[in-house]
Design a protein around this ligand. Structure first.
Ligand code: ADP
Ligand code: MG
Length: 425
């Protein structure tokens, strides 16, 4: 079969890598992809939010299955467009993807169905929000309702900071219409963990938990990024806790959406915080997470095409996921300056050395080929994933591997996975 993957980051490279291993797949296309994927997939020059362009191309080229990486096309209805043309596609439709596209919608579902999450208020006007912030207790978390590329959340330690954040979102509209409404919620304390599940709207099969590292510097210092690294398994999320997440969060959420007339099919990603009173939902995403996918997918032994088919055909019941017992750690190599301004076009050296080890994976994100060499072309340049015998081994190996790679201004965190292996890190 012919598969089209939509997106261009490390997540999509990991998906392409996995789909390539399926005996059922003959050709893989990726739109818009990046040059680092060109060994496995044919690059199609269409942007991931050009829904009509993608559907036209898939139709003309006899694509059997489309797999969507990023949230924006899902929230904007790529699944509805493809399905209306009889094209097979994996992901939630527009109504279902609101779980990510509107934090107000997600929180209202959580509240209505008593699913654990932070207490919150929703505001539609700047004045009402300010009146509330003046008498509130701090810290508080302020969130733009809509998609903001991971930049729409502010942790406010006092009233002044809270008012500034709300002004940016609602008055200055730095996220455009995504800031028409805001959620103001209680600050929760605890470790964060990502649990992604496959669901066909009835059956839910959770994948192995993973932990992302959002802040740009070691020790969770500095501004948030798209993610600087991840690891899986997560030792402090054992089978009891995984069961609790299934029983108290994933299953009730899919059931709640059903009651609201929404059949959720695809990946349901629960961003959780493990509080003293149990796991609570920070947010839902409607797709694979990045960089979590770069550690989860390498551990998945089951054929991904079979699983995707089961979701689309609503035959997930009875399926099982087999996992590699090894631990996976991914370190993201970023351009110096990211998540703010950075330069690109620097030659990347040392990738050849890594190619000789089969437990090392290089997932390209912001790279391109110039005169036969890879050069940097984005903030997050690539993820290096290593599978090891336990987390300590994987961490040691990944950092050894990273030392072989060089580009000007290269930046990465040196403590990915430490929360799992160092007490009180
Ligand atoms: N209620 C909360 N308490 C503490 N931290 C929070 C809370 N909500 C969000 N955060 C922090 O902000 C980050 C981003 O929030 P999230 O809801 O995941 O939005 P998005 O991923 O869309 O930016 C989280 O990963 C978490 O670190
Ligand atoms: Mg998040």
């Amino acid at each position: 079969m012919k598969i089209l993957v939509v997106g261009s980051g490390g997540r999509e490279h990991a998906l392409v890598w996995k789909l390539y291993q399926s005996e059922r797949v003959e050709r893989i296309f990726v739109a818009p992809g990046n040059d680092g994927m060109a060994e496995l997939a044919e690059i199609v020059n269409i942007k991931s939010n050009d829904i009509k362009g993608l559907a036209d191309w898939a139709e003309e080229n006899g694509i059997d299955l489309t797999v969507v990486g990023p949230e924006e096309p899902l929230v904007n209805g790529i699944v509805d467009e493809f399905e209306s043309r009889g094209l097979r596609i994996f992901g939630p439709d527009k109504k279902a993807a609101r779980i990510e596209g509107s934090k107000v919608f997600a929180k209202s579902i959580l509240k209505k169905y008593n699913i654990p999450t932070a207490e919150f208020e929703v505001f539609t006007t700047f004045e009402e929000a300010l009146a509330y912030l003046k008498q509130a207790e701090y810290p508080l978390v302020i969130k733009a309702e809509g998609l903001a590329a991971g930049k729409g959340v502010f942790i406010a330690t006092d009233k002044e900071k809270a008012c500034q954040a709300v002004e940016k979102i609602m008055e200055k509209r730095i996220f455009g219409d995504a800031g028409q409404r805001i959620v103001v919620e209680d600050f929760l304390e605890g470790e964060e963990v990502s649990v992604l599940a496959l669901t066909d709207g009835k059956t839910i099969i959770p994948m192995v938990p993973a932990q992302d590292h959002k802040p740009v510097f070691d020790g969770d210092e500095g501004p948030n990024t798209g993610g600087m690294g991840a690891y899986s398994p997560v030792p402090f999320v054992g089978s009891d806790l995984q069961h609790e997440v299934y029983e108290n969060i994933l299953e009730p959420t899919v059931r709640a959406l059903n009651k609201e007339g929404i059949k959720y099919k695809g990946i349901l990603y629960a961003g959780l915080i493990l509080t003293d009173s149990g796991p609570k939902v920070l947010e839902f995403n409607a797709r694979f997470g990045d960089p979590e996918t770069q550690v989860i997918i390498p551990r998945l032994k089951t054929d991904l095409v079979d699983l995707i088919d089961a979701v689309i055909d609503e035959k997930l019941e009875g399926k099982r996921l087999d996992w590699d017992d090894r631990a996976a750690v991914c370190v993201v190599l970023a351009s110096g300056g990211y998540p703010f301004d950075y330069d690109t076009g620097y030659r990347i050296k040392g990738l050849e050395q890594l190619a000789q080890y089969d437990n090392f994976l290089i997932f390209h994100a912001g790279t391109k080929m110039e005169d036969g060499h890879f050069v940097t072309d984005g903030g997050r340049v690539m993820g290096i994933t290593v599978l090891g015998n336990g987390l300590i081994d994987a961490i040691n190996q990944v950092y050894q591997a990273v030392e072989d790679i060089y580009f000007e201004d290269m930046h990465y965190r040196t403590d990915i996975g430490y929360k799992a292996i160092v007490d009180d890190y």
